[in-house]
Design a binder for this molecule. Structure first.
Ligand code: OAD
Length: 224
C-alpha cells in the first residue's frame, strides 16, 4: 500500500503546498480553499483553480508515479491512497486508487450536486455553470469539509491490515489523511517514508529514505 502527497508530483512541475516554494507561501488557504471563500468569491477561487489546472495539464507523470503504477501491475492487491487532486497517478496507469481529496478535473454543482469530468483549460466562463443554472465548484475537498467517509474508512482499514505502507511526498500534517499513516504505525505495520525532509511521521517510520520520490521509487519498486 502507498500513501502519497504533493511531493510525488513536484518532479512533474506541480507545486507542493508547504515548504520554501509551496503554494501556501504565496496564497492563503482561507481565501482559496474553503467553502466560505467559494461562497464569498467563486470567481476568485475559480481563477486560482484554473491556473492550477493549466499547470497540471502541462505536466506528465514522472518516474515516481510510474513506479507505483508498475507495483500495482506486479501486485494486484496493492492500493494507492493519495491526497493529490492532480490526476497524475491515474494518468500513469494506477487504477486501484483512492483520491482522499477528490480530483481537480471534476466539477460539481453546488445546487443539484451533479458531478462531471471537464478537462477544459482555460475554463469558460468563470465561474462555470451547471445545466440546472447552479454554480459549479471544483470536485475537491476543501479545509473544513469532510473527506468522503467510505474512502477514508476503506483507507484506514487497509492501512491497519497492509504488509507494508510506503508514505511518499507528504508533510503528514493534514488530517485525516495523515491518520492513514498513523493507523499503520499503531497496528505495527512496516512503514517506509520517502521524503527529502523530516516530517512528524519520521520518528515512527520503520525506515526513512531521505530523497526524491522520482529517484527512490523506481529503485525499490521492482517487479521481482
Ligand atoms: P505538502 O506540500 O504539505 O508536503 C509536501 C511534502 O513533499 C513535503 O514534506 C516535502 O518535503 C516533500 N517533497 C518535496 N519534494 C519531494 C520529492 N521530490 N519527493 C518526495 N517528497 C518530496 O503536501 P501534502 O502533504 O500533500 O489539502 O499536503 C496535504 C494537503 O494539504 C493537500 O492535499 C492539500 C494541502 O493543503 C487540501 O487542499 C485540502
Amino acid at each position: 500500500m502507498a500513501l502519497t502527497g504533493a511531493g510525488i508530483s513536484t518532479e512533474s512541475g506541480v507545486p507542493t503546498f508547504r515548504g520554501a516554494e509551496g503554494l501556501w507561501r504565496t496564497y492563503r488557504p482561507e481565501d482559496l480553499a474553503t467553502p466560505e471563500a467559494f461562497r464569498r468569491d467563486p470567481a476568485l477561487v475559480w481563477e486560482w483553480y484554473d491556473w492550477r489546472r493549466a499547470k497540471i495539464a502541462a505536466s506528465r507523470p514522472n518516474p515516481g508515479h510510474e513506479a507505483l503504477a508498475r507495483l500495482e501491475n506486479a501486485k494486484p492487491c496493492f492500493t494507492l491512497v493519495t491526497q493529490n487532486v492532480d490526476g497524475l497517478h491515474r494518468l500513469a496507469g494506477s487504477r486501484n486508487l483512492r483520491e482522499l481529496h477528490g480530483c481537480i478535473w471534476n466539477l460539481r454543482c453546488v445546487d443539484c450536486g451533479e458531478e462531471r469530468e471537464d478537462r477544459t483549460v482555460p475554463l469558460q466562463p468563470i465561474p462555470p455553470r451547471c445545466a440546472c443554472g447552479g454554480i459549479l465548484r471544483p470536485g475537491v475537498v476543501w479545509f473544513g469539509e469532510p473527506v468522503p467517509m467510505e474512502v477514508l474508512q476503506a483507507s484506514m482499514e487497509e492501512a491497519r491490515a497492509c504488509d507494508l505502507l510506503l508514505v511518499v511526498g507528504t508533510s503528514a500534517v493534514v488530517y485525516p489523511a495523515a491518520g492513514v499513516a498513523h493507523a499503520a504505525v499503531q497496528d505495527g505495520r512496516s512503514v517506509i517514508e520517502i521524503n527529502p525532509d523530516e516530517t512528524p511521521l519520521t520518528p515512527h517510520a520503520t525506515v526513512s529514505l531521505r530523497g526524491r520520490a522520482g529517484a527512490i521509487l523506481p529503485r525499490i519498486c521492482t517487479s521481482h
